[in-house]
Design a protein around this ligand. Sequence first.
Ligand SMILES: *Cc1c(COP(=O)(O)O)cnc(C)c1O
Length: 243
Amino acid sequence: MSPPTRRDDLAAGIGAVRRRIDAACSAAARAPGEITLVVVTKTYPADDVLLLAELGELNPGENRHPEGARKAAACAEALARSGGPQLSWHFVGALQTNKAAPVAGYASWVHSVDRVRLVRALDKGASNAERTIDCLVQVSLDPPGAGEGRSGARPDEVRRVAEALADAGSLRLRGVMGVAPLDADPAPAFARLQQVAARMREDHPAADVISAGMSADLEQAVAAGATHLRVGRAILGERPPLG
Ligand SMILES: *Cc1c(COP(=O)(O)O)cnc(C)c1O
């Protein structure tokens, strides 16, 4: 027998994660079809994204510019040549205002919108690129009083960011995103996110997306109503530590 290829490894990773999602959905009396799997490909090469596309995973996630832009361009070219399917790129990382325009050039989704200034910059970039981008308000799930390093809007800021997205001509407000705090039980954090999402839907009924859950906590996220999971390591393998 020949040794497993990278494609075999990725197929096995996807299979394992899909089985976890199925089990979590059954435990929560939800349908797996309600869940979109975003495969976070940061630090991994464009060739992996292309293998994932062959395996039917068409929602790659990236957290840094220009890494994401480079991969999106390489994949678009390869898929155009091979007649492959189009990808929907999800930008999931902290985003500086001055990088909003280039990200708006390729991302179909931005999960990490956490301030009004970023809304304006993304809207301008999307409008110039003649694109419309689906956006989520990233909500800080850190305990109140956590240091300033945290990403995400505080619960009291969420409404303003949501209003700005709803008013932006080239952006669509689709819901909320959260990252569970490190070294703490994710379940209460995801429950808070679910409450913020419910409050947002009172004003914006179409904003029904909850992006939550990563390799370590996707079960808790499914239990708390997540519609989008962002999974990297469990499919692609452990990433080298950030240099
Ligand atoms: C890297 C990353 C993920 C994926 O994390 P894994 O632990 O590799 O599954 C999800 N969300 C964001 C915002 C990330 O930066």
